[in-house]
Write a protein that binds this ligand. Sequence first.
Ligand code: AMP
Ligand code: MG
Length: 489
Amino acid sequence: MKKLDQLNFENSFARLPETFHSRLRPTPLPAPYLVSFNADAAKLIDLDQGEAGRPDFAGHFIGNRLLPGSDPLAMLYAGHQFGHYVPQLGDGRAILLGEVKNRAGEGWEIQLKGAGTTPYSRSGDGRAVLRSSIREYLCSEAMHGLGIPTTRALCIVGSDQEVYRESIESAAVVTRMAPSHVRFGSFEVFYYREQKEPIAQLADYVIGRHFAHLAEAPDKYAQFLNEVVLRTARLMAQWQAVGFSHGVMNTDNMSILGLTFDYGPFGFMDSYDPAYVCNHSDHEGRYAYDQQPHIGLWNLACLAQALTPIIPVEEANAALETYESIFASHYLGLMRKKLGLETVQRDDVELISGLLDAMHASHVDYTRLFRSLGRFNSVPGETNAALRDQFIDRAAFDAWAVAYRSRLQAEQSEDAGRRQRMDAVNPKYILRNYLAQIAIRKAEQSRDFSEVDRLLELLRRPFDEQPEMESYAALPPDWAQHIEVSCSS
Ligand code: AMP
Ligand code: MG
């Protein structure tokens, strides 16, 4: 395990030509203090977790002291925001320190989010608030615990520096880690500038580091697009299956590696509602839960367009055409697992949509329903009261239960084994907004970060029962209906 000053920095992105980034240092913040440290993420860069106790640790991860070997920069990109092309974005408040190569040979980029203004800050202050940093930190680790591809988070460091949003908040920096922070928008910027050369350069860079098996293929760029389509379609299926809404699916927030990327006003659904919009600034519902698969494709079309200078149009279109069937089959596969089904039957789609429709009509909690469905007793005549009582329309549940029972019987499903399989895919614990809100309130009001750490620990194992944490699986309290999350961060 390495000490802070021994991290093995490689910094490949910094070696790309200057067109791709701006080198600069983070802007210092006063009196940094460690809010939370994630030992799991530290392992990814071989960092000795004892280093979190160093007096200068917070200073390093708020950007006041540079880690030896790092080569800090802000990345350039553009993107479609809420459907409109915005020509120059770029990291307006995130600074990439570089990439650390671990013993296993994996490279992990380390980024300080909230580390000060950059040439791409526009009118922004370059800062992130403690509230949104806690949300990003917890959610990225929660997604990882759920088995969903995501950026990771190493730590949060706070400062007393005031930051002005709707109210006065305090500044924080979250250290984000990912194999790459390249986004769809990283390509778009050069397409709209009509610069072919950097598109090819960036594609070669990404292929070389992350899709090395394609490097020698004559149609490597088209195959690369194919892979991004595949990963994005699968990611969308995973979001849908777990009831996650990203909230700001702009193309600058779409990872070229198919990771869940840039956590802002995200939300996990409580009661099942396909029209769920987690972002209170999204008045049109562009990024509603049920729009996500379609937006995933829309965003991929933006990427494909940006790659047309290096990919024949027919090949780009062919890649896009694979999306819908990949998404549909992956989603269906995930939902079959959530229902504990082991075989493939023709009316599975109706069985699944029948359940979702009944849940929607009865405002049934998505996570709790699927978790309890593992306890469905398939013996004929059994009423399954604990499940049934979750529905206002009990007759609707009864009717569905008849179909489910006969479906289970048709594949000779055995209840105990099915329950185990279902518990391994239907989480008991998710990061509901109210849970994050309690942790944020404690942190803001009394600098008590124990709840952040508790949630981090809980959400590492979302499928385990954890009996002492039972209350964290409860339905949201009434006050949670009034939590509003917006783009403000
Ligand atoms: P986001 O909605 O967080 O993905 O941000 C969209 C763009 O705005 C990105 O390019 C960010 O870097 C930039 N941005 C967001 N907040 C700030 C801020 N407080 N200061 C500077 N840039 C920001
Ligand atoms: Mg962003």
